[in-house]
Design a protein around this ligand. Structure first.
Ligand code: C2E
Ligand code: CA
Ligand code: CA
Ligand code: CA
Length: 277
């Protein structure tokens, strides 16, 4: 799948010389793109499966490139993650997401989820930035969630787990993204200071048709809830998947069937209208 290829493609591993050159070319333009307003965020709603209300939104970055048009984050995030530039990018995303959220005219504010990289968890800059941001904007820490992929988390050394704990001390929730695509066991996860497990869409999408996936999903949801982790199913593309997740006792669902990622300007209206899903 294109997405997996995107994830794995990095400057050091790409064998295709042309691909490599294009990647470096894109990477070099990221700082300018951030300054020039070529990057923006879209927001994908997360549905609570019991109350059937939108309880969170995930910020996803978009790059409207002057020459190439929309460039997918799968094409440039893996590159940026390999460099110190990911600190600037993550800080930019955090600032923009909090800023955007303060323009939504809504009664009940959803939780705001932002994707971060393993590199962000290995430097103290993130904590300082989050602390300043919350203080500066009055945004409540317990409305912020940071998503880090299962694979990224296994790259973070034990010594850095205290950064996670410190963030949680500010009320921030930590989510493990794309769970099921890496090799982390629930026994390992149990020892980490995390709050949320986001099940990768490959699981969810196979489960309605494949008994093994279905059973595995059931077990994961059960163990996760024993560990007091909230479970979110990603990539819900039809009602069958949504019903299955609800039956299994999953807490939340996210996917095109519920809503596509929406521009900030459209989110307020969606949140005010969304009900009865
Ligand atoms: P992710 O964090 O796993 O985000 C979910 C991706 O799945 C998003 O792709 C979303 O648009 C897509 N998606 C949502 N619902 C469905 C569905 O029902 N079916 C299918 N097939 N796909 C669905 P997107 O926006 O292209 O982002 C791709 C990846 O890029 C993200 O995966 C995340 O790892 C990374 N990314 C995106 N924005 C940021 C960011 O601001 N910072 C960082 N560090 N990474 C980001
Ligand atoms: Ca995510
Ligand atoms: Ca994910
Ligand atoms: Ca992903």
């Amino acid at each position: 799948r294109a997405r997996d290829r995107g994830r794995r493609m990095d400057i050091h591993n790409s064998h295709d010389e042309q691909e490599r050159r294009h990647a470096l070319h894109l990477l070099a333009q990221v700082p300018r793109a951030l300054d020039a307003g070529e990057m923006y965020l879209v927001y994908q709603p997360e549905l609570d499966l019991r109350t059937r209300t939108v309880v969170g939104v995930e910020a996803l970055i978009r790059w409207n490139h002057p020459e190439y048009g929309l460039v997918s984050p799968d094409q440039f995030i893996p590159l940026v993650e390999g460099t110190a530039l990911i600190e600037d990018l993550t800080h930019w995303v955090l600032d923009r997401a909090v800023h955007d959220s303060q323009t939504w005219q809504i009664d009940t504010a959803p939780r705001l989820a932002v994707n971060i990289s393993s590199r962000n968890l290995m430097s103290p800059a993130l904590i300082g930035h989050v602390r300043d941001l919350l203080a500066r904007t009055g945004f409540p820490g317990d409305r912020l969630e940071l998503e880090v992929t299962e694979t990224a988390l296994t790259e973070v050394e034990h010594a850095h787990h205290e950064l996670l704990a410190e963030l949680r001390g500010m009320g921030v929730r930590i989510a493990i993204d794309d769970f099921g695509t890496g090799y982390a066991s629930l026994a390992y996860i149990r020892k980490l200071p995390v709050d949320v497990l986001k099940l990768d869409r490959s699981f969810i999408q196979a489960a309605p048709d494949q008994l093994k996936d279905h059973q595995m999903l059931r077990r994961i949801v059960q163990i996760a809830s024993d560990l007091q982790l909230k479970v979110v199913g990603e990539g819900v593309e039809d009602r069958r998947m949504l019903d299955l997740l609800a039956d299994l006792g999953c807490d939340q669902a996210q996917g095109y069937f519920i809503a596509r990622p929406l521009p900030s300007a459209e989110l307020g209206a969606f949140l005010n209208d969304a009900q009865g899903l």
